[in-house]
Design a protein around this ligand. Structure first.
Ligand code: ADP
Length: 455
């Protein structure tokens, strides 16, 4: 079919050329005759091309009349065009369906491009954030959500934890924003209304705080009497000795539990620490080391940089104490423990690290360690006097200091607990609380490269 059309076209060219040449021969000018014949053929081709061009330019669906290879060509283009249109219609229908289903979601979905402009959002996002499609599409997203925390979170590009926000026109509603990066620096933001969940959460934590508070007095009384009994141990009948020492041990444990539960509820209920101060980390680490050495005999090595931290001295001390006591508890007596206060390897943040060469933790437990009462080995933990709340407390303290707790561990090699503090909380030596540092690069050069390895 294809070859036939081309053969026909070639024959037409030969016929036109021959007729031209013949007429030229009759008038004694073969060259002119041939040239005129070919000129007529070329004009005809130009006419066909013009038709095709007009067809492409025009909106008409009708295929123009054409002869020979041109008709064949137009047919093919027409078929291609039809297939293309059908594919486009399919695609449009699929996009519409996806948009309709995303529109029907109870959670809000927003698409933000690399220039931080809102590209599209579904019905729930419009309702939750008060966005109007016609007015707000194409607007910078910071004009629509004006909370400064949103911009800070948006720019930091670390979206492991969701962002909690309330809109100014609905302060009673608590929203949770989950960010995902995709494409070329585009972001998808899922907006969830967590008002009800957070109310339940508040009720739960109030309940735990109240119960712990109510238990505090009875347990203090019991402990007082038990301590007296322990003081008069030798005067009491011998058959009571095991019971008294067990009761005393359990009372101490209960007291530790209640203290930790109250600490956790306090950390959860207040957003920022009240006693913010400039903390000399070298002094704080040395003091915690002294405290730990009072109770346990252990080799504790310290490596510190001369950088101060703005935060709550009591909370940072509590976090470090928890980590160091854990390191002591879960490490054999002859194994050393190392505490480091040093810039992170990228030089952007400061790390407070407690490193041990203990038993280590297998990977499946790592993500759950900071849950309340989560223990790798419940027997071992209660044996060592643990409450199962220590790491949950450390995690909360870090959140309140705009930082995070990172846990690396390897079974049989040891564990490294890193409290990572952001740059804006750090101060150079001898500078005041109001003079933030510009960077840690100069300090980072001095870091021993071996630090980059895990242990
Ligand atoms: P606990 O009071 O039981 O120590 P934590 O919240 O402090 O509770 O720790 C949770 C669990 O994490 C512990 O029960 C223990 O199994 C594990 N863990 C914590 N620190 C270490 C460590 N340095 N080495 C090994 N395991 C640890």
């Amino acid at each position: 079919m294809r070859g036939q059309a081309w053969r026909l076209e070639a024959r037409r060219l030969v016929v036109v050329a021959c007729v031209g040449a013949l007429i030229g021969f009759i008038f004694g000018e073969i060259g002119w005759g041939l040239s005129i014949g070919l000129a007529i053929y070329s004009s005809w081709i130009v006419l066909q091309v013009r038709r095709v061009d007009n067809w492409f330019a025009g909106a008409s669906d009708d295929i123009p009349e054409a002869v020979g290879v041109w008709g064949d060509l137009l047919d093919k283009i027409y078929r291609l065009q039809k297939r293309e249109r059908a594919a486009q219609d399919d695609l449009r229908a699929t996009i519409k369906r996806v948009q309709e289903s995303v529109d029907a979601l109870a959670d809000g979905v927003m698409l933000v491009n690399k220039h931080s402009d809102l590209e599209w959002c579904n019905r729930a996002a419009r309702r939750l954030l008060g966005i109007q499609l016609g007015r707000d599409i194409g607007q910078p997203v910071f004009n629509l959500i004006r909370d400064p925390r949103f911009k800070t979170y948006f720019d930091q590009k670390e979206y492991d934890e969701a962002l909690g926000l309330s809109m100014p026109n609905r302060p009673e509603q608590l929203l949770q924003l989950h960010f995902t990066e995709f494409g070329r620096n585009d972001r998808m933001i899922i907006v969830r209304d967590v008002t009800r969940i957070s109310k339940l959460e508040r009720m739960r934590s109030d309940f735990v705080a109240n119960v712990s508070h109510e238990l505090k007095t009875p347990i203090t009384v019991l402990r007082g009497y038990l301590e007296q009994m322990v003081d008069y141990y030798d005067e009491l009948p011998e058959r009571w000795h095991p019971a008294i020492s067990q009761m005393n041990g359990q009372a101490l444990r209960m007291n530790a539990l209640i203290t930790d539960l109250l600490t956790l509820s306090r950390l959860e209920s207040e957003h920022t620490p009240k006693d913010q101060a400039l903390i000399n980390m070298q002094e704080l680490i040395a003091a915690v080391k002294e405290d730990v050495l009072l109770v346990h005999e252990r080799e504790i090595n310290i490596e510190t940089a001369d950088i101060a931290l703005v935060g709550s001295p009591t909370e940072v001390r509590s976090a470090l104490t928890n980590l160091m006591v854990n390191a002591v508890k879960y490490t054999a007596e002859d194994k050393p423990i190392t505490v480091k206060w040093r810039p992170s390897t990228d030089g952007a943040t400061m790390d407070l690290q407690v490193i041990d060469r203990g038993e280590g933790i297998s990977p499946e437990h790592l993500s759950r360690l900071t849950e309340r009462f989560y223990r790798v080995d419940a027997g071992r933990s209660s044996q060592t006097g643990g409450t199962g709340l220590g790491l949950a407390i450390v995690k909360h303290i870090m959140l309140r200091h705009d930082g995070r707790l990172i846990i690396d561990s390897e079974i049989g090699r040891g564990s490294r607990f890193t409290c990572r503090f952001p740059l804006f909380r750090l101060r150079a030596p001898e500078s005041g609380i109001d003079t933030p540092m510009k960077g840690l690069e100069s300090l980072n050069k001095k870091v021993d490269p071996s630090i980059k390895s895990l242990f």
